[in-house]
Design a protein around this ligand. Structure first.
Ligand code: F6R
Length: 623
């Protein structure tokens, strides 16, 4: 949700800022803009819409400045217009600010500033910051002190980049409960919301602490607390990484990432599971120095045995992974598990104590609601565990135990491969906890580990059926509403199927526990509404089939995800996405794949923006 970048050195700033914004575009694509200091004057270049629009503008303008800040926006306050695009400037155009986050008291501050004669040109909360800073600078010219006085008046969580025409040799960064990373190069410095955009250029980084201001020059970085005390920290060395954005022949990143699932599952499995005969091991020591000591499950066996409750917090697709996690951990460990949408933890008392294990699941590790929930868990004395794809994320630094999915960067906004990898982590975690607690037999543990190792091949088999899946999918492209139903381990699959279809194709879809349909939602069914049932042999097969028959009796168009050789399904369903036979417990790893593909095919057929659906951002850093 909004990305901030900065550069200061001897190279042209605009191309560097642009390449860093490209890395951050997943955070929002409502508008993008730069503020550079060109021949002693602040020059603002911004464009509504995707980054490519700013790129076109820069090709025309060709700024030669060597210092600047930039921004990619996901609109919070004010629609995606030029006036609302960042950077925002003060009344005489000498100061520019880019902002990620929300200023909760912006309305009061705006009224006060308007009372003092400041004129506002946008609907954003950000503009308050630049006028407030300008006002504070009028009191005395020390810009650092003015920034400190400004932030002392602001409520909320935010990250800022600031550039001033009167201080062309430096940029400022402010971090208050967000993430900002400074990169230290050779006579040049970098700034970005995501360290990946810094590590493109240098492996020496400084992460801003909470409530910290950085004064960044080409040859030095000084850090200050909000009280103005200088914090002395040396940059740390991390692995530099070229950020590769390549569709590798696929039309969209989404399709590439769906196809990467067998590979990423093999990578995640091979990291934590050496052999089905050996216990799961999360404490692998091949990690960046920054996180050594954090990585892995650090709880002692005694602590694991003492756990009497598990709490899972997450949002969106990660929440669905958490729901599968609940079923798995309850089944294998016999521990009660609750799953909460992280935003629903806000304003509520998150119950927990030293016998609770709270697990936060987040691909990005930056989702504001998930971070807030895990902080509540830290506060209530729970053990904490993070499952994330970003070992360099804020979440990774908060939790006591960390499991990293080995997916590489997921570019497409809709999560696919990271969902699959989160599920695998939950299976491994369930087996790990169960082995230590003695709640699983050796034979069942071995059987599940073998089953997990076979999943990548099952997904490959399904990817070989794409033509059949595409043909079935396009039969649904005319639908206005689609209902997904599933029970047990595949109730979360129904929710995830509905979410993927909605976000990619903009077709309204809802997922229900199959048994719930008759308690209300069945009223929406008629011959225009497809019902997609997830039907896997096992404990809930018959009951799910009965629920499907109830829908058929209301003339709904019936579609199933059903296993090869299921000869009963064709009697109830008009068409079937066939999947290979799989253990019911592991089936969510398999059943979701045709639903991901179906959503892709429909969205592509309808001409939607598959990789960057409207209104969305990949990293949701506001609450
Ligand atoms: C949907 C999707 C979102 C994310 C959610 C949480 O395809 O990607 O629902 O799952 O925004 O994001 P993370 O996992 O980064 O916390």
């Amino acid at each position: 949700m909004c990305g901030i970048v900065g550069y200061l050195g001897s190279n042209k700033a605009a191309p560097v800022l642009l390449s860093k914004l490209r890395v951050l575009e997943y955070r929002g694509y409502d508008s993008a803009g730069l503020a550079v200091i060109e021949s002693g004057r602040l020059n603002i270049l911004k464009a509504v819409g995707k980054l490519s629009n700013l790129e076109t503008l820069l090709q025309k303008e060709r700024p030669t400045a060597t210092v600047g800040i930039g921004h990619t926006r996901w609109a919070t306050h004010g629609s995606p217009t030029d006036a609302n695009a960042h950077p925002h400037v003060n009344h005489n155009g000498t100061l520019a600010v880019v902002h990620n986050g929300i200023i909760e008291n912006y309305a009061e501050l705006k009224t006060e500033l308007q009372g003092k004669g400041y004129e506002f040109l946008s609907d954003t909360d950000t503009e308050v910051i630049v006028h407030l800073l300008s006002h504070e600078l009028e009191k005395d010219k020390d810009i650092l002190q003015a920034i400190l006085r400004t932030v002392s008046q602001m409520a909320g969580a935010y990250a800022l980049g600031i550039v001033s025409q009167t201080h062309p040799d430096r940029i400022f960064a402010v971090n208050h409960h967000y993430s900002l990373t400074v990169g230290v190069g050779d006579h040049e410095s970098f700034l970005a919301s995501d360290s990946a955009a810094v590590r493109q250029y240098t492996n020496k980084i400084l992460r801003l602490a909470q409530s910290e201001v950085a004064e960044i020059k080409a040859d030095s970085v000084r850090l200050f607390s909000f009280e103005g005390v200088e914090n002395h920290r040396e940059p740390i060395s991390v692995e530099a990484s070229a950020y590769k954005i390549d569709k590798e022949g696929y039309k969209h990143f989404l399709m590439k990432e769906i196809h990467e699932q067998p590979l990423v599952l093999r990578q995640t499995l091979s990291k934590y599971l050496v052999s089905p005969d050996k216990p799961v091991n999360f404490n692998v020591e091949d990690f960046s120095p920054e996180l050594s000591g954090l990585y892995g499950v650090k709880m002692t066996d005694e602590e694991i045995r003492s756990i009497d409750r598990v709490q899972i917090v997450a949002c969106g697709t990660a929440y669905h992974a958490g729901m599968v996690g609940k079923y798995v951990i309850e089944e294998l460990c016999g521990i009660p598990v609750e799953v909460d949408i992280a935003s629903e933890v806000r304003g509520r008392k998150l119950l927990g104590n030293n016998k609770t294990l709270t697990i936060a699941v987040s691909q990005s590790g930056e989702t504001a609601d998930t971070l807030a929930a895990i902080k509540d868990a830290i506060g209530n004395g729970s053990f904490t565990l993070g499952i994330t794809n970003r070992s360099d994320s804020h979440l990774a630094t908060l939790v006591q135990n960390l499991i990293v999915t080995e997916c590489g960067i997921e570019v497409s906004v809709a999560a696919t491969k990271t969902y699959a990898a989160q599920l695998v982590c939950f299976y491994l975690l369930g087996i790990y906890l169960a082995e230590i607690r003695g709640s699983i037999t050796k034979e069942r543990a071995k059987e599940l580990k073998k089953g997990l190792n076979q999943v990548p091949a099952l997904i490959e088999l399904m990817l070989g059926r794409e033509d059949a899946y595409r043909a079935e999918s396009l039969k649904l492209a005319d639908a206005q509403d689609v209902v997904f139903i599933g029970r047990g381990f595949n109730y979360p699959t129904a929710l995830e199927g509905a979410l993927k279809l909605k976000e990619l194709s903009y077709i309204h879809a809802s997922g229900y526990a199959a048994g719930e349909l008759k308690h209300g939602p069945i009223a929406v069914l008629d011959s225009s509404v497809p019902v997609i049932a997830i039907l896997v042999p096992g404990k809930v097969y018959e009951k799910t089939l009965s629920n499907a028959q109830e829908s058929r009796a209301r003339n709904a168009r019936m579609v199933a995800v059903a296993v090869d050789g299921d000869e009963v399904a064709p009697k109830t369903f008009d068409y079937i996405f066939r999947i290979p036979v799989v253990d019911e417990l592991l089936s969510p790893l398999v059943t979701v794949v045709p639903l991901q593909l179906m959503s892709y095919y429909i969205a592509d057929y309808l001409g939607k923006d598959v990789d960057q659906p409207r209104n969305l951002a990949k990293s949701v850093t506001v609450e």
